[in-house]
Design a binder for this molecule. Structure first.
Ligand SMILES: C[S@@+](CC[C@H](N)C(=O)[O-])C[C@H]1O[C@@H](n2cnc3c(N)ncnc32)[C@H](O)[C@@H]1O
Length: 210
């Protein structure tokens, strides 16, 4: 799907994501993950700011990135409501340029599934995150249950056309191939959902020199 079409698709999903903010299961997972965020935080694919209730607003300054203008508008409202210090960049994550070691924490929730090359994006996180910082991920992917994973693979072409994101990403493989070092991982719901804390490694590949 072309980028413009994908942005429109997400622009039209704002109301749905605003309703998801009240999802109790997701709220518990967000809380578990986001409490580890501190300092200068980059949140990529920030959506409607569903993680903002869980940041310690005394501890963080968030840079929220999204390519959907409607998502950014909703995220700005959420930041103001929850009094989180935040600025926003309307940009494709693939086009972002930051100095190495710019952030103490990088957050991505339910967003890797949308990127054409998730390994390259994780490698950018590896560059942008300080050596002693944390990359916090809540992602979904292929189940460890054979029947479910086969179904996910079968429905993915239609699913991605409708939603804009893939349901058959092999998250473990993507992490293994990236430069990040996983320090903690939890899996839920037939292993479809992942909560991950990772650290940057010394290996700095990526497209900084494009
Ligand atoms: C599935 S939503 C998740 C939103 C939010 N992180 C959450 O946890 O609810 C994916 C978000 O990533 C954004 N997104 C997808 N691809 C992107 C890209 N290439 N660059 C920037 N934002 C992107 C979408 O606009 C959308 O807001």
């Amino acid at each position: 799907m072309g980028k413009e079409k994908l942005i429109k698709k997400y622009d039209n999903q704002v109301k749905m994501y605003e309703r998801h903010r009240r999802n109790k299961v997701l709220a518990d997972w967000r809380n578990k993950l986001i409490k580890h965020a501190s300092g200068r935080v980059l949140e990529v694919g920030v959506g409607v700011g569903a993680n903002f209730p869980y940041y310690d607003r005394e501890q963080v300054e968030v840079t929220g990135v999204d390519f959907s203008p409607n998502m950014i508008k909703s995220a700005k409202e959420a930041a103001s409501f929850y009094q989180v210090k935040a600025k926003f960049i309307e940009e494709d994550v693939e086009d972002l340029i930051f100095e190495d070691n710019s952030f103490d924490t990088i957050v991505s929730t339910l967003s890797l599934c949308s990127y054409p090359n998730p390994i390259a994006i994780l490698n950018q996180f590896n560059r942008w995150c300080r050596k002693d910082g944390l990359v916090l991920l809540m992602e979904h992917g292929l189940s460890s249950n054979r029947l479910l994973s086969v179904t996910q693979k079968i429905i993915d072409p239609l699913y991605s056309k409708i939603s804009g994101c893939h349901c058959d990403r092999d998250v473990s493989m993507i992490l293994d191939k990236s430069n990040l070092q996983v320090v903690h991982i939890e899996r839920y719901r037939s292993d479809i959902f992942y909560l991950i804390r990772a650290k940057p490694s010394g290996t700095k590949t990526g497209h900084r020199d494009r």
